[in-house]
Design a binder for this molecule. Structure first.
Ligand code: TRP
Length: 334
């Protein structure tokens, strides 16, 4: 508990361009959580280093993610939005937790297996211990809740196992976090392969709408979006392409899916796709304007980063001191 509120923790890796899938599926649902919870949202830049990064680009990407969080509507005074790498307790706790994590359980992580298969030339130890760093992120803040998508569920489970293992040895050290099922985020699929999740690291840029895409690009991508051969705008499993477009339209316009089906009854795909593009543009445009404005306010942004880093470090170091003591590391008064 912090300020009599339960703690909620989440974050995104600082790689790739965020897509409307990241926004509609996660970020949008984070915006009001601070009313009920003490919220921490990280720019997970240490995790990003499991893949080779160009230093200059990487520095920009991570900062852009921070600005984007705020442009999307996360209030940096009411949420602790900070850089994972600026709080050294993350790396330190990750080491300590490494000693309480079994190779066997890491070997069972499906994301590791997938990533190792994709990046055969760089199967580094960081990729293998990725879930341990993630456990450190969450446990440092004694988080009660972690909103995660399906792909991160296994990582939250191992976090709980590690927390319980440490608690069993040393007594009450960590809060064991629960998955957070708030209002379900919308799962957005690729526009080109509607049975696959829209991904920020997709090789085909036409499959994803990036938060920074300009209106022309958005219109063009929707025009090319894969539909189905039923020539009917209806939400159904046999029509993954059309259903995905309906989801996007509904999430961006606030129209329930059933109403949207009626709205487009008897109308063609062309018209429908234009309407979807318009709805998306109306959501992204204000965000992009705010992003551009904030990007010009360097001193203000740096001030926010400093402030939030400090707040995060305060809570993280409190937990780290407790863990060090429980594990029997020497403390010498200075
Ligand atoms: N692994 C998460 C992802 O790729 C990002 C992440 C890192 C995270 N640490 C976290 C998410 C802690 C929630 C909590 O989406």
């Amino acid at each position: 508990m912090i300020n009599d509120k339960q703690v909620l923790y989440s974050g995104m890796q600082a790689t790739g361009n965020l897509t409307i899938g990241n926004y509609l599926g996660a970020l949008k649902n984070w915006l009001t959580l601070n009313e009920e919870y003490e919220c921490f949202f990280g720019v997970m830049d240490l995790h990003s280093l499991t893949v080779r990064q160009n230093p200059a680009e990487f520095r920009k990407k991570a900062k852009n993610l921070f600005i984007l969080y705020i442009a999307a509507g996360l209030d940096p005074k009411k949420n602790c939005i900070y850089f994972q790498s600026h709080v050294s307790a993350h790396a330190e706790l990750a080491w300590l937790l490494n000693c309480f994590t079994y190779v066997g359980e890491l070997n069972r992580m499906t994301q590791f297996k997938d990533k190792a298969a994709k990046h055969k030339d760089n199967i580094n130890a960081g990729l293998f211990t990725y879930p341990v760093l993630m456990a450190a992120d969450i446990l440092l803040y004694q988080a009660d809740f972690v909103p995660v998508g399906k792909d991160q569920k296994q990582h939250l489970e191992i976090t709980r196992d590690i927390a319980e293992r440490v608690n069993a040895v040393y007594g009450d050290v960590f809060t064991v976090p629960e998955p957070f099922f708030g209002k379900a985020g919308t799962k957005i699929m690729s526009l080109q392969e509607p049975t696959q999740k829209m991904s920020k690291s997709d090789e085909n840029p036409n499959g994803s709408i990036y938060l920074m895409d300009d209106p022309d690009t958005i219109v063009r991508k929707f025009k090319r979006a894969v539909t189905d051969s039923f020539s009917e705008i209806r939400y159904s499993e046999e029509q993954p392409g059309v259903s995905n477009l309906l989801e996007i339209y509904s999430a961006c316009s606030g129209t329930p899916i059933a109403d949207a089906e009626k709205e487009f009854e008897g109308r063609g795909y062309g018209e429908f796709k234009e309407a979807v593009a318009e709805a998306v543009i109306s959501v992204l445009k204000p965000m992009q304007d705010e992003y551009a404005r904030l990007s010009g306010e360097k001193a203000y942004i740096d001030g926010l980063i400093r402030e939030n880093d400090e707040k995060a470090a305060y809570y993280a170091n409190k937990t780290l001191r407790k863990v060090r003591k429980k594990m029997g590391l020497n403390e010498i008064p200075r």
